[in-house]
Design a protein around this ligand. Sequence first.
Ligand SMILES: Nc1nc2c(c(=O)[nH]1)N(C=O)[C@@H](CNc1ccc(C(=O)N[C@@H](CCC(=O)O)C(=O)O)cc1)CN2
Ligand SMILES: Nc1ncnc2c1ncn2[C@@H]1O[C@H](COP(=O)(O)OP(=O)(O)OP(=O)(O)O)[C@@H](O)[C@H]1O
Length: 317
Amino acid sequence: MGSLLKKAATKLLFTAAMIHSPTLSPTTLPNLIINTYTSFNYSSTCSLNPILRPPPPLTYAPPLISAVSKTMSTHAANQSSAATVIDHDALLKQKRILRTKVKSDLKSMDPAQRAQEDIAIQNIVMAAPWYKSCKGLCAYISCSSLREVDTSNLLSHVLQTTTKDGHSQMGRKLYVPRVEDKNRHMRMLKISSVDDLIANTMNILEPNPLDADGNEREDVMLANDPVDMFILPGLAFDKSGRRLGRGGGYYDTLLMNYQNLVKERGWKQPLLVALSYSVQILNEHVIPVAPYDIPIDALVSPSGLILISETAFQRCQ
Ligand SMILES: Nc1nc2c(c(=O)[nH]1)N(C=O)[C@@H](CNc1ccc(C(=O)N[C@@H](CCC(=O)O)C(=O)O)cc1)CN2
Ligand SMILES: Nc1ncnc2c1ncn2[C@@H]1O[C@H](COP(=O)(O)OP(=O)(O)OP(=O)(O)O)[C@@H](O)[C@H]1O
């Protein structure tokens, strides 16, 4: 059984885009076929490009990835257009190389330029009709040492009008991330003030699971109403919706679970909006993607809003 599984797994192929970055030559990234069964779970139901779809005689189909693949939108599937077959370890390595490059570019950014871009990006969000009409959102608390796009003005704006019960006068609810373990488990908990936050071991501000009155904070996965959007962090993005995170898998896992929940309940899917400095926007297909990578709907950079998915075009125009 074990060897059968391994044999089947060795046949599994998945796509990633060829890297076109001048600093990341395609010649350093050979096309590979999976030859080891790593911790990566994969499903035979994966809806990839038909040519690259894994062969059918899989006896074991872990559900985790299939959930993502089944719910992948057309623009997610389109991400695999310039497809190359590589293995999962190689893909993670490519992501690591790219992260190092982008972190170095962020480090070289002029602080004055960064401050200007922080203001411009947040102003674009706050002026957008989809932000103004939003009743609930999940957003990250920016961390300056990670050189993330600042969200402090934006979150103050959301919270300014928030009452003690966590509802803003505009009916808005704000949920922010809390890492629960190193196994990709993150929750989004409702806060009503920045006083609700304390620094975690990574020096990122997070809410306690209990509020000041000792009550459990609302988890977005258990809430009675959906959020309209997620404001996402990341290291790099492109105009086709690819997003490179910090490598924890926290957001991809949470977004997959939330999208599934929304589907089950018949709610509207949230708009996935990432915030990006100019240097974080890479040429299309440079960012490697795996089937579990959740694509973004829109990107806000200092130059404006970039609409990517059909959902974004429908909601943002
Ligand atoms: N502001 C913010 N909050 C967040 C995230 C985020 O990306 N930004 N997360 C998104 O998942 C989760 C936390 N995940 C994190 C994953 C890695 C690192 C980090 O410090 N990474 C270092 C490299 C560490 C290493 O390589 O060992 C780095 O990126 O330089 C921080 C948070 C939840 N909260
Ligand atoms: N939905 C998922 N199911 C199974 N494994 C996953 C899933 N999402 C991510 N992973 C695993 O998590 C690890 C980190 O993935 P990856 O490098 O793509 O993270 P990331 O996209 O940078 O992080 P994040 O999603 O937090 O922004 C990888 O080992 C990957 O296989």
